[in-house]
Write a new protein. Structure first.
Length: 535
């Protein structure tokens, strides 16, 4: 009886193991032992907070000179004296660094969030996160300035896109871990020659609105932590940090933490196989000064940040009969009324901004369709609203170098799950039929026989791979973006791009009375001309 009972128990246990294994479909794994082994390998249970410091670099997402492949986000300047403290007891974060003033928007940390707002004025920059509230300080002791909700919702992801943060988030209620496996080869050019692929485990979790996954190697170290974040231009955009094995350092008490950071925002697609834009490197550096469990008290959220709101302001100025400057934010649009239609110069920032501009245009000119929207150039802060105009049936006029990028990467049927927009929710047939673009190589004209708009291609430029400007000869108005920004005083010496712009106006023999920028207020052309001729 004893032997028979033992056999029966063995059979039942074997059946229980099989039953446990069968709850995971083919290709899936039990995430629990993978996460437990990873926590033990790097001492996650012993780490409450960490401070990392060193020298980093920042890439301005969406500001690449070209929209075509083999480009990268421009590294505006290095981040000297960089430090970051992450505290998982209260899910707060503080980042500080020194960066050359005058080159970047003050509210831009790195990667996503390039706003073209007020330029940075001071060397030292501080970015704070406490819960769902995020703010920055331009200079030591400067007032706290709240970051918009669209940016503030993304900053907390940084607390999870690192090995310990991911493993802590995986243990939270609602994380719902799932695990799969795959064989991987190292990345050519970075990891050196590979002899054979390595079997990796990939664990994904849910954290708020984000789905985050970590690739874990045979040493139980997290190599890549990845998610998607919403981008007005690209939709659900790749966002990831990568860490190599040899960058992990021992901090004592079983704690290991990586010192080499490499971040992609946008796909690492140098050959343009999946997308036209291949800009990706957004942040990185060697941050060898690592301190564990020196946890400062959480910074109280300033009242100005806690109570901040970001109303959509639309302020309209009539420049001439039927020509409207629509301002109210960091970027303007200019609406031009023709006999049977309306054309709009530039669709900046976001769908929400462009929908507010569209409503204002329709209120002022209720019985004419917005037939055209002129895209000045491919930078993300000038393409973020294009899909809103596509939604209402407008044709995009862009220069020929931008067509592939806008057609494949921006105005497409790709689902936008994190921040659905009009086109993704109500996709028009015309996207498939493909007649919603007009491209400009040198010159393009819109006219109704009375009013005429000349659209010219300006090149060479360093800022972008050419731009479109628009000239209204009857009103003597010249519309442009990013070439002459008037929210700041004109420089004592004009830039090379401003020289190209001025030369183009001279060669085309345009009789300009006023310059109408996307950034700032209109100014007399003579003001800019005087500055140009002084050199």
């Amino acid at each position: 009886m004893s032997k028979a009972f033992s056999v029966l128990v063995a059979v039942m246990l074997a059946g229980a193991v099989v039953a446990t294994q069968r709850q995971f479909p083919p290709g899936y794994l039990d995430p629990a032992p993978i996460l437990t082994a990873a926590r033990q390998a790097i001492g996650t249970d012993n780490l409450r907070c960490v401070t990392i410091a060193g020298t980093g670099y920042a890439g301005a997402l969406g500001q690449a000179r070209e929209s075509a492949r083999n480009t990268d986000w421009p590294r505006i300047d290095s981040l000297a004296n960089y430090s970051r403290t992450m505290n998982w007891d209260n899910w707060s974060m503080k980042e500080e660094f020194d960066r050359k003033p005058g080159l970047s928007p003050a509210g831009w940390k790195y990667g996503i969030g390039w706003d073209d707002g007020p330029l940075q004025k001071n060397l030292h920059q501080t970015f704070m996160l406490n819960g769902t509230h995020a703010w920055y300080m331009d200079g030591a002791g400067s007032p706290a300035v709240p970051l918009s909700s669209d940016v503030a919702e993304i900053f907390p992801v940084e607390l999870v896109l690192n090995p310990h943060g991911f493993l802590k988030a995986a243990a939270l209620p609602g994380a719902n871990p799932k695990a799969v496996w795959r064989w991987e080869l190292g990345e050519m050019g970075r990891d050196g020659p590979e002899v054979s692929p390595e079997r990796m485990r990939v664990v994904s979790i849910t954290w708020g609105k984000f789905r985050v996954d970590a690739t874990i190697n045979k040493e139980n170290l997290l190599q890549r932590i990845h998610t998607w974040v919403p981008s007005e231009t690209l939709g659900d955009m790749n966002y990831e940090h990568e860490f190599t094995n040899d960058s992990y350092v021992n901090l004592g008490n079983g704690i290991r933490f990586p010192t080499g950071w490499h971040s992609h925002q946008g796909w690492d697609d140098n050959f343009g196989a999946q997308a036209v834009t291949a800009g990706h490197n957004a942040f990185g550096g060697t941050l060898k000064d690592v301190r564990a469990n020196v946890c400062p008290d959480p910074v109280t959220v300033p009242d100005a940040v806690r109570s901040a709101s970001f109303p959509m302001r639309v302020e309209t100025e009539t420049l001439a009969d039927g020509i409207y400057l629509i301002a109210g934010g960091t970027h303007n649009s200019i609406a031009v009324e023709f006999a049977n239609f309306i054309a709009v110069f530039d669709a900046p920032l976001s769908e929400a901004r462009s929908l507010a501009v569209i409503d204002e245009i329709v209120r002022r000119v209720p019985n004419k369709p917005i037939r055209f929207v002129i895209n000045s150039h491919q930078h993300f802060d000038h393409t973020g609203g294009l899909r809103a105009y596509n939604h209402i049936g407008a044709t995009v006029i862009t220069h020929w170098k931008n067509f592939d990028f806008l057609n494949r990467d921006v105005i497409n049927y790709t689902p936008r799950t994190l921040r659905p927009d009009m086109v993704s929710l109500w996709p028009p047939t015309e996207l498939a039929e493909g007649y919603y673009f007009e491209t400009v190589r040198e010159n393009y004209v819109l006219t109704d026989g009375n009013r005429t708009m000349h659209i010219h291609y300006v090149n060479p430029l360093q800022h972008a791979e050419g731009m479109l400007m628009a000239y209204l000869p009857k009103e003597k108005l010249l519309l442009e973006a990013d070439l002459v920004d008037t929210f700041e005083p004109l420089p004592a010496r004009i830039s090379g791009d401003q020289r190209s712009f001025f030369n183009a106006v001279q060669k085309l023999k345009l009789d300009v009375a006023r310059l109408v920028p996307v950034h700032g207020r209109p100014i007399p052309w003579a003001t800019f001309e005087t500055a140009a001729r002084q050199q």
